[in-house]
Design a protein around this ligand. Structure first.
Ligand code: AKB
Length: 336
């Protein structure tokens, strides 16, 4: 009999490392993590890590011959700024990789007549507000509003969401009486901030970069204007959301795509939180036109009422507590 396992792709990324850590704490899980990079040694010891490319079909063929994959957390992706430099690669990884994993999940679900739970982190980048006026007038868009992304990454995520809905509801146009299809569930993340890892390749990175620089006593020039505003979330909440959504009873889910958010801040307000804890922080503003344009296209906040209602989403950290209880104490230790 094949052993039951949870698969995490993109496991060496920021969310991946935090998720591996959390899932590995729950002893009853066999976790298989995958990334083109190795895991840090302390994490590698906790899971079965495969260094490999999600575009390599032979990896998955071997995996499904040995394991009954019950859950897939498909985190592997090139983020928004990085994807603008390599749009073709971004499309291959973000769309091609997602398609491959969805196909695998659909085949496994069909084969064992039991849906594989497929958790897909999408992003605030799936929105495109069109203008700063629209952004100001529509601060909390619903999931289906303003879906006009201006980045390759945003287009890839929006299409990934659509593919997930296709595979779970319409794959091969099977009828309801035919074998179960995969169970696709998706959250749209805001900018994420971790105390333990520093992001790279994203456009919301100015927030965490500002904080990590201040903790190291380094000056920081923000690549967006003082008034640039989007929503953010502390990493533990992001991980909780993925696990909570995976565990939610199917019948409670009225959506497949859920906005989730914790707190919304302008770059200046973010800097004020940083300075409260690191009064000597040297933060200046030197906007980069392209990255500013991306942030201007994302909403100030997102309407996450559906997630709160359907599966009890509630972030543990608002801005104040994210800084004072999670970020600052852990970051201080890290750079001591
Ligand atoms: C990025 O900036 O690309 C990501 C995201 C908001 O999805 N952090």
């Amino acid at each position: 009999m094949r052993r039951k396992a949870i698969l995490i792709t993109g496991a060496a990324g920021e969310v991946g490392q935090a998720l591996v850590e959390r899932l590995a704490e729950q002893n009853n899980n066999h976790v298989i993590s995958m990334d083109i990079r190795p895991l840090p040694p302390e994490l590698d010891a906790k899971v079965q890590h495969i260094v490999g490319d999600i575009l390599d079909q032979s990896l998955f063929d071997r995996l499904v011959s040995e394991y009954d994959i019950t859950h897939i957390y498909h985190l592997a992706a090139l983020l928004s700024t990085r994807a603008e430099y390599s749009p073709m690669l971004a499309h291959n990884v973000n769309v091609g990789g997602t398609m491959r994993l969805l196909q695998l999940a659909a085949e496994q679900s069909e084969w064992k007549s039991e849906p594989v739970i497929f958790i897909f982190p999408s992003s605030v980048a799936a929105f495109g507000m069109g203008s700063l006026e629209n952004k100001a007038e529509n601060p909390r868009p619903q999931e289906w509003e303003w879906n006009k992304p201006i980045t390759m990454y945003g287009c890839n995520k929006l299409y990934g969401e659509t593919l997930g809905i296709y595979y779970s509801n319409n794959y091969k146009q099977l009828s309801e009486n035919e074998p179960a299809m995969l169970d696709f569930r998706c959250v749209r993340f805001p900018g994420l901030i971790s105390a333990f890892t520093v992001p790279s390749g994203g456009t919301s990175d100015y927030g965490p970069e500002m904080l990590h620089a201040a903790a190291q006593g380094k000056p920081y020039a923000s690549f967006v204007r003082e008034d640039a505003a989007i929503s953010f979330m502390a990493m533990p909440d992001a991980v909780t959301s993925l696990i909570q959504l995976a565990a939610a009873p199917r019948e409670n889910l009225s959506h497949q795509i859920y906005n989730i958010t914790a707190f919304s801040l302008s770059a200046e307000e973010f800097a004020a939180h940083v300075k409260k804890h690191f009064p000597d922080a040297d933060i200046t503003y030197s906007p980069d036109i392209s990255r500013q344009r991306i942030i201007d296209s994302w909403p100030i906040d997102m309407n996450d009422d559906a997630a709160r209602r359907d599966w009890g989403w509630k972030p543990a950290y608002d801005a104040e507590h994210a800084f004072s209880d999670y970020l600052v104490p852990n970051i201080r230790k890290r750079y001591e």
